[in-house]
Design a protein around this ligand. Structure first.
Ligand SMILES: Nc1ncnc2c1ncn2[C@@H]1O[C@H](COP(=O)(O)OP(=O)(O)OP(=O)(O)O)[C@@H](O)[C@H]1O
Ligand SMILES: [Mg+2]
Length: 428
C-alpha cells in the first residue's frame, strides 16, 4: 500500500484534501454537520500549522469558554486512540489557560460575550484555532483577524452552520476570495469512523431547522413556530394517566420579579424505553393576581409549599428532585432559596442548544407533558422564531411569554448527561 492509499484508509478524501488545501489561504474554515469530522481533521491541520508557525507572535485557541475548549478540543488532542503517539507532545491540564503543544506554548481564550474582544486587543498572533466560530461575537472575530499581523500568520476555524445571513457566512464565506479564506463543507459521510447505524440514529434525532443545519450541514434560517412538531394528541397526557416515574430529574425554574415565575418538574419514565416527562408545574403570575408582585421571600415560600405537597408524606407520588436549576441571572432568588435550605444550580442557558434538545425530543415522541403544566401548554404553540432577527443573521425567539419555555429548557438541557443514554440509547 502506498502512503496515500494508507492515509485514505484512515481519513476520507474530503478530510485529506482539506488538510492539504487549508494552507492555500490565510483563514481555513470547516463548517458542516455534527460528528462530520471537522474538529478531528482541522486539529490535524492545526498540528502541522504549529510546526510551521512563525517563531514570533502567539499561538492561541479560542472557544466559547475554557470548559468547551477542554471538551471539544483537548478531549480529542489528548486521546491516544485518536491522536496516537502525538498525544505525548501535548501538555495540558483541564481548566488551564495555556497548554504546550509540540513544544510551543498555546494560550486559550474563552470568548462568549462582546467584552471578550478586549482580551486579545494588542496581542500579536501568528496562529489561531477557533472552535464554534458562529458563536463568537463578530467583534471578536474581526479583532482576531486584525491580530494576525505576523508574516505567514494563519487561522483555522470550525463551526456548525447558522442562519443564512449570519455574519460568518455573509461577510466571510461568501466573500472568501476577497477575505483570503478557504471554506470546506462537511457532512457525516465525510467521517469514515461513523457506522451506518450511528448515522441513521443521528438523522432521526434532529428535526426542522436543526436537521437542515446539523445533519445536512446547510446554512438556513429559523422561521415560524419553534415547536412546530408539537401535537396534543402525541405529547399531552392527563396527569392521572402518566406512566410511572423512575426518577425525578430536576426542577427548572424561570424567575421574573415583575411578571411570572414558573417551575416545571421533569421526570424520567419507568418504561422499557424511558421518556422524559414534564410532570407538574408551579407558577406565580402577577397578571393572575391583579398585577400584584410578591417579594422573593414569598415566592420561595409558595414554591416550597408546592414542592412539599409533591414529595411530602401526603402527596408522595414523586421522589424529591435530584436538581433544581434556576435562570442563571436569578441570583437573588437563588440566594433566597439557599436561605430557605434549598440548594439550587445555575441552569445551562445555551438557548439554541436547549431549544434543539426540546424540539428533537418532541419530534421523536421522547418528551411528554402532563395537563398540569398549564403555562407550558399555553406557551408551546405560541413560541416562534423572530424572523427579523433571522434576516439579520441571528437566531432569536420572539420575546413574549416564554417563561415556561425557558424553565423546560433549563431542566432538560441541564440534565442531559442524566438522561441522554437512557432516552436515546445511541449505539456509538
Ligand atoms: N478519519 C477519522 N478516523 C477516525 N476517527 C475519526 C475520523 N474523523 C473523525 N473521527 C472521529 O469522529 C468523531 C467526530 O468527529 P469530530 O469531533 O471531528 O466531528 P465534528 O464535525 O467536529 O462534530 P461537531 O459538529 O459535533 O463538533 C470524533 O470522535 C473523531 O475523533
Ligand atoms: Mg467539533
Amino acid at each position: 500500500m502506498d502512503a496515500l492509499t494508507q492515509l485514505q484508509s484512515i481519513m476520507s478524501r474530503a478530510q485529506l484534501l482539506s488538510v492539504a488545501d487549508s494552507t492555500k489561504a490565510k483563514i481555513a474554515l470547516w463548517s458542516g454537520a455534527v460528528r462530520s469530522g471537522k474538529t478531528f481533521i482541522s486539529l490535524f491541520a492545526f498540528l502541522f500549522a504549529i510546526l510551521k508557525a512563525p517563531r514570533t507572535g502567539n499561538i492561541i485557541i479560542v472557544g466559547r469558554t475554557l470548559d468547551t475548549i477542554n471538551g471539544n478540543i483537548f478531549s480529542l488532542l489528548t486521546n491516544p486512540e485518536i491522536f496516537g503517539a502525538l498525544t505525548k507532545y501535548i501538555k495540558y491540564t483541564p481548566g488551564a489557560k495555556s497548554a504546550v503543544i509540540l513544544g510551543r506554548v498555546v494560550h486559550l481564550y474563552g470568548a462568549n460575550d462582546a467584552s471578550s474582544e478586549a482580551k486579545i486587543r494588542g496581542l500579536t498572533v501568528c496562529l489561531a484555532y477557533v472552535d464554534e466560530a458562529t458563536i463568537l461575537p463578530e467583534s471578536f472575530w474581526k479583532m482576531l483577524v486584525t491580530r494576525l499581523s505576523v508574516d505567514g500568520a494563519r487561522m483555522l476555524a470550525t463551526t456548525n452552520p447558522g442562519s443564512k445571513n449570519h455574519w460568518l457566512r455573509k461577510e466571510w464565506i461568501l466573500k472568501a476570495r476577497e477575505k483570503n479564506l478557504i471554506h470546506f463543507a462537511f457532512t457525516m459521510n465525510d467521517n469514515p469512523s461513523l457506522s451506518e447505524q450511528f448515522k441513521t440514529e443521528m438523522r432521526a434525532s434532529f428535526t426542522g431547522v436543526f436537521y437542515q443545519r446539523f445533519i445536512e450541514g446547510k446554512w438556513t434560517n429559523a422561521a415560524g413556530a419553534v415547536y412546530s412538531m408539537w401535537d396534543e394528541r402525541r405529547h399531552l397526557v392527563k396527569h392521572a394517566d402518566l406512566p410511572p416515574i423512575a426518577r425525578t430529574l430536576a426542577i427548572g425554574m424561570d424567575y421574573g420579579t415583575t411578571n411570572t415565575t414558573v417551575a416545571l418538574l421533569l421526570g424520567l419514565t419507568d418504561e422499557p424505553q424511558p421518556r422524559l416527562v414534564l410532570v407538574d408545574e408551579w407558577h406565580y403570575t402577577s397578571a393572575e393576581h391583579h398585577g400584584e408582585t410578591i417579594p422573593d421571600v414569598e415566592l420561595s415560600r409558595r414554591f416550597r409549599e408546592w414542592l412539599k405537597s409533591k414529595h411530602g408524606p401526603e402527596g408522595a407520588y414523586v421522589p424529591y428532585p435530584e436538581f433544581i436549576f434556576l435562570d442563571p441571572s436569578a441570583a437573588s432568588m437563588r440566594a433566597q432559596l439557599h436561605a430557605d435550605q434549598i440548594t439550587s444550580w445555575a441552569a445551562d442557558n445555551a438557548v439554541l442548544d436547549g431549544i434543539a434538545d426540546v424540539a428533537n425530543l418532541l419530534a421523536q415522541g421522547k418528551l411528554i407533558v402532563s395537563d398540569r403544566c398549564e403555562l407550558f401548554l399555553a406557551e408551546v404553540t405560541e413560541y416562534e422564531w423572530d424572523e427579523k432577527a433571522s434576516d439579520e443573521g441571528r437566531d432569536e425567539v420572539v420575546k413574549r411569554d416564554d417563561h415556561a419555555m425557558d424553565a423546560a429548557r433549563y431542566a432538560i438541557r441541564s440534565t442531559i448527561a442524566q438522561w441522554q443514554h437512557e432516552v436515546y440509547a445511541l449505539a456509538a
